[in-house]
Design a protein around this ligand. Structure first.
Ligand SMILES: NC(=O)c1ccc[n+]([C@@H]2O[C@H](COP(=O)([O-])OP(=O)(O)OC[C@H]3O[C@@H](n4cnc5c(N)ncnc54)[C@H](O)[C@@H]3O)[C@@H](O)[C@H]2O)c1
Length: 438
């Protein structure tokens, strides 16, 4: 039975997309949106721009575009803002990282050169491989959070924005586990005032966003909003949050392949994943404390898809290793190799080799756009706190405490689309399909 259509505020006026970290991903995203607006390219990979959603029975032939089915901000109504510890404009960043180049970049030079970052909140203890002097100074972490809020308020007024969202595209920070300071809103705010060392820069941005009622999506594997304090603050302020770590490249392949192997009950005894990449992200990930953050996020995927507890004969002894090597000649053109040792009927062994030559930021850019538009939609729909339906976009989806994340990309997509159907009072699709045969 169809549900009641939820009351959703319309996407009127302009939406500001705020991006801490104007590097390869952020610039590819912004240049791309400007190019699409000018009709110079297609937003391939973006569900909000190109995806359709089936409604009702298969015989009804109702498959509208998602952006026509639910109210999303138009690309024409988007303004960009961002922070970085280097002062380069979006155009200059794009020019340096060579993801989008030549004629296409020059055709959006004027618009993208006008996107200049604000000074960053940065702490070299969390990213040892980077040093830049385009950073804010303040009397405490709370003071820095207030400076970020001032940037946002000024941006909102200058651009005459109706709403804002924040998508973290900054570097991966050093590994951090939740501690007492992250436990409650009070302990966190005390920590901000007293400069607690376990409050990472990404948390200061997230705190500033949530305090301003701005949804926050976490594109890196950083802990950030995955703490009781910031979850509680998001609920209290009616702010949707989600994370962690954009699902692109090798992990995207893994979450496509692993559910397939599992569905046919093929055993897996080893999955060795190797990467070479030469962008700044690769440089940052060379530091062991930053790689540890990424490794945790990448390793979590298989365990939850394959469920070794339920299928010990097939997956209990799985050896899963992930290696990332910084190799400058490759720039953003990452190459990954996966060797998968599987076994079938009567334990006969087989191997699968995957060699993916991808462009990391080309895969990440549409995710930034979708997360921004869907986070804004979530807020207008009255959703707050953790948005599990956005798991589709993440390597290490944030879920309620005690709940394991759903990593199977096909289940994630069904969850996302059913959430959209639910908001519009449409029947959820269960794929039961018995009615066609009655
Ligand atoms: N490219 C992908 O496919 C992909 C996939 C998953 C996750 N990610 C994550 O997305 C993030 C961005 O990736 P990228 O390839 O654009 O990296 P990048 O190194 O090109 O860009 C990151 C930018 O963040 C800036 N930065 C670092 N700390 C900051 C701070 N505290 N405040 C403001 N700016 C800060 C850096 O100066 C840099 O310009 C990384 O954390 C990466 O791990 C990327």
């Amino acid at each position: 039975m169809a549900q009641q259509k939820a009351a959703i505020a319309p996407a009127k006026g302009k939406l500001g997309i705020l991006v801490p970290g104007m590097g390869a991903v952020a610039s590819t995203f912004m240049v791309g949106v400007e190019a699409v607006r000018k009709g110079l390219g297609a937003p391939i990979g973006s569900l909000t721009q190109m995806g359709r959603i089936r409604l009702g029975k298969r015989t009804e032939n109702r498959n509208p575009l998602i952006k026509e089915f639910v109210s999303l901000a138009n690309l024409e109504d988007i303004e960009f803002g961002g922070w970085d510890l280097f002062p380069d404009s979006c155009y200059e960043v794009a020019k340096k990282n060579h993801v989008i180049f030549g004629d296409l970049l020059e055709k959006v030079k004027e618009e993208t050169h006008a996107i200049k970052p604000w000074k960053a909140v940065f702490d070299p203890n969390y990213v040892t491989r980077l040093s830049g002097d385009y950073v804010k100074t303040g009397s405490s972490k709370m003071d820095l959070a207030k400076q970020l809020m001032d940037d946002m308020a000024q941006f909102k007024a200058e651009k005459n924005l109706d709403r804002m969202v924040m998508v973290w595209c900054g570097s991966t920070e050093a590994y951090l586990q939740p501690g007492a300071v992250h436990e409650t809103i009070e302990s966190f705010e005390k920590g901000l005032k007293e400069n607690h060392p376990d409050i990472a820069p990404s948390m200061i941005y997230a705190y500033a966003a949530i305090k301003m009622g701005v949804p926050y999506a976490n594109g890196a594997p950083n802990l950030t909003v995955d703490t009781p304090a910031l979850i509680a603050l998001a609920k209290e302020n009616g702010v949707p949050i989600s994370g962690k770590d954009f699902k692109t490249g090798q992990t995207l392949m893994k979450t496509i392949l692993a559910p397939g192997l599992k569905s046919r009950l093929l055993g897996t005894e080893g999955w060795f994943s190797m990467n070479i990449l030469g962008n700044r992200d690769g440089e940052v990930l060379e530091a062991p404390e930053n790689f540890k953050t990424k490794e945790e996020s990448k390793l979590s995927v298989l365990e939850h898809i394959l469920q070794p507890d339920l299928y010990p004969e097939l997956y209990k002894d799985l050896v899963h290793k992930v290696r990332i090597n910084y190799y400058p000649p490759r720039g953003d053109n990452k190459e990954s190799w996966d060797n998968i040792d599987i076994f079938g009927w009567l334990n006969y062994k087989m191997q699968i080799k995957v060699n993916f030559l991808c462009k990391d930021s080309i895969l990440a850019a549409p995710i930034v756009l979708d997360l921004a538009l869907f986070s804004d939609f979530a807020q207008r729909s009255g959703f707050s706190g953790i948005q599990e339906w956005l798991s589709f976009y993440y390597k290490s989806p944030q879920t309620a405490p005690g709940l394991y994340p759903e990593h199977d990309i096909f289940i994630q997509l069904m969850k996302l689309k059913n959430t959209l159907r639910d908001t519009q009072g449409e029947d959820l699709i269960t794929h039961l399909g018995r009615e066609y045969y009655d």
